[in-house]
Design a protein around this ligand. Structure first.
Ligand code: MBD
Ligand code: FE
Length: 311
């Protein structure tokens, strides 16, 4: 069977009715977007001759996706979140905004409300026998390499099992374990004392992994650390670093790896004196360069539903 009904008057009128285009009421932007997406879906059903079984499998997939709370995870896995970065990179080039530390996706696992510290923060609140000590430190600079004092550097990352606090299926971690917020000092410096993260894997029984399985894709990320960097005088940066040497660095299911976001990992001693859990520790210097406001405004603030907690 290969019928073509998309172009018929009946279907076009159905589309118009379903999106209420004949009315002045409603949200015009919502109507525009729904009309386009629904129309593209109708067209695809015609073009690919999708069967009722396939359509209902898709409809029920959305139910499972919602039940699992994984819509934002799937957005990362299908490259939708990366696509938004590609668009923001292109918009920056068009606006002649060059340089600065590259952005990369936020992902779905940020939690607002980490306790704010000055300059240095120890964020490994819970013991984790399988993970060694790690320092991540650097300088936040702005235009012409000028240090930015009083910038807020937030970071969040997984534990030795690849689990994030607040989203840990074992319930093992306290609220802000491995999540920090530090104000840069007068020289623009920040430092987190923490433990080495391990890469994340999608919940094996979840809707995201179910779809990835059908595509013969894995749902794993290399070990990484997320950052938000905010300051009054510069645009907010959303980025991540990868842990050098992770075999998945160029095989991230969320496509977040970028050339300039793989700082060297250096082994150092002297951790005990710093209050680390062993004397030998890993040290990562990650310097962050922010980009200027655009006509006095930060055009990098993305509004999305985020978890929050109180410390
Ligand atoms: C993560 O830790 C993450 O950063 C992304 C983008 C998706 C799933 C888990
Ligand atoms: Fe992550």
């Amino acid at each position: 069977m290969s019928v073509k009904v998309f172009g018929t008057k009946e279907v076009q009128e159905l589309l118009k009715a379903a999106t209420n285009l004949g009315s002045q009421d409603g949200n015009p932007r919502a109507k525009q977007i729904v009309q386009r997406l629904l129309g593209d879906l109708f067209k695809a059903i015609d073009d690919l001759d999708m069967t009722p079984d396939e359509i209902w499998a898709g409809v029920h997939y959305f139910n499972k996706l919602g039940q699992d709370g994984e819509a934002a995870l799937l957005a990362a896995g299908l490259g939708l979140e990366k696509y938004l970065d590609i668009r923001m990179d292109a918009a920056d080039r068009e606006a002649d905004i060059n340089g600065g530390t590259p952005r990369t996706i936020e992902g779905p696992l940020y939690v607002a409300g980490a306790p704010e510290r000055e300059g240095v923060s120890k964020i490994d609140l819970d013991p984790d026998a399988d993970s060694g000590p790690l320092i991540i430190r650097g300088t936040v600079t702005g235009t012409h390499g000028k240090p930015v004092a009083n910038a807020l550097v937030e970071c969040w990352h997984a534990n030795s099992k690849g689990f994030y606090s607040h989203f840990d299926p074992t319930g093992a971690q306290s609220s802000f374990n491995l999540r920090g917020a530090v104000r840069t000092d007068a020289d623009g410096k920040y430092e987190f004392r923490t433990l080495m993260p391990v890469g994340y894997g999608c919940p094996p029984q979840g809707a995201t992994q179910q779809l990835l399985n059908a595509l013969a894709r894995h749902g794993n990320r290399p070990a990484h650390v997320h950052f938000f960097v905010t300051s009054d005088k510069y645009r907010k940066l959303t980025t991540q670093i990868n842990i050098e040497g992770d075999p998945l660095i160029w095989d991230d299911f969320a496509y977040a790896t970028r050339e300039d976001l793989i700082p060297h990992v250096v082994e150092k001693t002297g951790g005990t004196a710093l209050g680390m859990k062993a004397d030998t520790y890993k040290d990562i210097e990650f310097n962050i360069e922010l980009t200027p406001l655009v006509q006095g405004k930060d055009n990098q603030l993305v509004h999305r539903l985020r978890a929050s907690a109180t410390a």
